[in-house]
Design a protein around this ligand. Structure first.
Ligand SMILES: NC(=O)c1ccc[n+]([C@@H]2O[C@H](COP(=O)([O-])OP(=O)(O)OC[C@H]3O[C@@H](n4cnc5c(N)ncnc54)[C@H](OP(=O)(O)O)[C@@H]3O)[C@@H](O)[C@H]2O)c1
Length: 505
């Protein structure tokens, strides 16, 4: 049973807080997949919403010998295929297309950066860009050192002194263990101040991830319940139905723990478990999230075997670029604890994997059972189940509260109902794509939704012992779950041991 709720009062969706200032966005790796599929469609969507600064240029940089016209044509096809606002709006494209430019160059070639500097100076003059620069490194991290050093040597990075600004957005992965994350951060810090460094994890740009903060801190009724006194346990699930597809090479190096647990799952856990920040400023929010990571109980070897279940779907080893005897996990279920005053003793169960039964990402808080059943009848009392509050992140974004209700009739019967708020039904339309929000925030200098250096390192510090443990004792029983299932049998055991079951999704 489900009870729908409607918006009582809501401002128009997507209202901008502040205008983005004039700037040039330089995209390194502009002939790549990310630019065509995500970045330029996001810029176009911003242009359609009137959110791109009028004085703006996106300058693509890659090896391919494209002209400006060829770049625009290629990006036009990308927008037509991938923009959420299809079909292409000709009038908007006529305005936006000419804001795209292209510079051919090799990342390691100093002359290419001298040409880039001239080009940017010309664009500043011609389009009034005020010298502001947003560098987007849509390239593998191995290319970061070359690009950053060349940018600095060419005088293209302004100091963060209040004059024209330079910022750089860097793509995941931010390292593959604690040591490499530290090395990458040290490299970034040699060229950029932390306030100029925007580590992007598109997950944080999702509307519903941002809504975790609004839901928790713009409502007074939930926060008093949001602790060990009322919450029995928390589940965070990020399930995918797809396999690795053509990304076998990347996935073999990464696996589920690096790809999803270290980043998205810990981000969502931090937002769910954090204390209210002192203000809504980026650094106050990020500092509270960091404290959660510091409070995560470090898994010890003897508990690891009990609290961690890994899986690999049948057929993974036959995917392109995957080793026939691969021990890379595609599934993980974990029981973790946040050792602080608020959450002491409350298990957080995380599960994520590929080729699972359903594509769904959600957080659910199962509340403590009632202390005493007053109805004196087993058939009634047995039907009373604990309240569950669910924040659905994707798909069908929304929030649901499960509670008990009397079923109408002369006899006493208890049923379980849900109050269910669907984003789509309540607000209508498609929410902006994560990249739209994040690109706009980077132009405005708002780093709230970007990962800070200390948090990235804290997340790696927590997960690296798990990665080391697996390296020493590679899982022997792979493959151990069927595509389309809910993962390995042992994952059910992880919950059963605590006399619980994973939520049915
Ligand atoms: N694709 C996604 O959906 C996605 C999502 C999240 C994160 N990421 C991350 O984003 C980054 C980029 O991904 P991608 O999928 O766009 O990669 P990609 O398709 O392989 O593109 C790489 C780009 O880098 C350019 N390039 C490589 N070496 C170069 C060099 N020495 N000099 C000049 N240009 C060079 C290539 O230019 P030419 O082809 O012209 O040589 C191409 O434009 C990766 O770190 C990836 O992990 C991607």
């Amino acid at each position: 049973m489900s009870t729908r709720v409607a918006a009582v009062s809501a401002p128009p969706a997507g209202t901008a807080r502040t205008e983005a200032p004039p700037c040039a966005m330089v995209i390194f790796g502009a002939s790549g997949d990310l630019t065509r599929r995500k970045l330029v469609p996001a810029l176009y969507n911003l242009a359609r919403g009137g959110l791109l600064p009028e004085n703006f240029a996106a300058l693509g940089f890659a090896r391919r010998p494209w002209s400006d016209a060829a770049f625009r044509e290629e990006m036009g096809r990308g927008v037509a295929e991938f923009s959420r606002l299809a079909p292409l709006d000709r009038a908007c494209w006529e305005r936006f297309g000419p804001q795209l430019e292209y510079a051919e160059g090799e990342f390691a070639d100093p002359a290419a950066y001298a040409r880039l500097a001239e080009r940017l100076a010309d664009l500043d003059q011609a389009r009034g860009l005020a010298g502001n620069r947003l560098f987007y490194l849509a390239v593998p991290p191995t290319e970061f050192p070359t690009i950053l050093h060349r940018l600095k040597a060419a005088g293209l990075i302004h100091p963060p002194d209040g004059g024209p600004w330079s910022r750089a957005i860097v793509e995941k992965p931010f390292g593959r263990d604690l040591e490499s994350a530290r090395a990458l951060n040290a490299l970034l810090a040699r060229v950029l101040h932390e306030s100029q460094t925007f580590r992007i994890d598109h997950y944080l740009g999702k509307e519903t991830v941002q809504n975790i903060l609004v839901f928790r801190f713009a409502n007074s009724i939930f926060e008093p319940l949001w602790n060990r006194n009322y919450v029995e346990y928390v589940e965070i699930c990020a399930a995918e139905t797809i396999g690795v597809g053509t990304r076998g090479k990347f996935y073999e190096q990464t696996g589920v723990l690096r790809d999803l647990v270290q980043s998205h799952m810990l981000e969502v856990l931090s937002l769910t478990a954090m204390e209210p920040p002192t203000t809504g400023e980026a650094d106050d929010i990020r500092s509270e999230k960091l404290k959660v990571l510091h409070a995560l109980r470090v898994p010890w070897e003897d508990t690891m075997a009990r609290d961690l279940v890994l899986g690999q779907y049948r057929g993974y080893r036959a995917e392109p670029d995957v080793a026939p005897d691969s021990v890379t996990p595609t599934y993980a279920a974990l029981r973790v604890f946040v050792d602080n005053w608020r959450w002491q003793g409350v298990p957080f169960y995380l599960r994520t994997g590929k080729k699972l039964a359903k594509r769904v990402t959600e957080i659910s808080l199962t509340m403590r059972p009632i202390p005493l059943c007053l109805f004196g009848r087993a058939d009634v009392c047995d039907r009373i189940v604990p309240n569950v509050l669910t924040l659905r992140i994707q798909p069908d974004e929304g929030i649901a509260l499960r509670f008990a209700s009397k079923v109408p009739g002369l006899d006493l019967k208890v049923g379980t109902v849900a109050m269910d708020m669907s984003y789509r039904e309540t607000f209508g339309g498609e929410p902006p794509e994560a990249y739209e929000r994040l690109l706009l925030d980077a132009m405005r200098g708002d780093a709230t939704l970007f990962s800070r250096r200390d948090a990235v390192e804290a997340a790696w510090a927590w997960i690296t012992p798990i990665l080391d443990f697996i390296e020493r004792q590679p899982p022997g029983e792979f493959p151990n779950y069927e595509p389309g299932s809910w993962g390995p049998e042992r994952a059910l055991e992880l919950m059963r041991r605590d006399r619980r079951a994973w939520r049915e999704l």
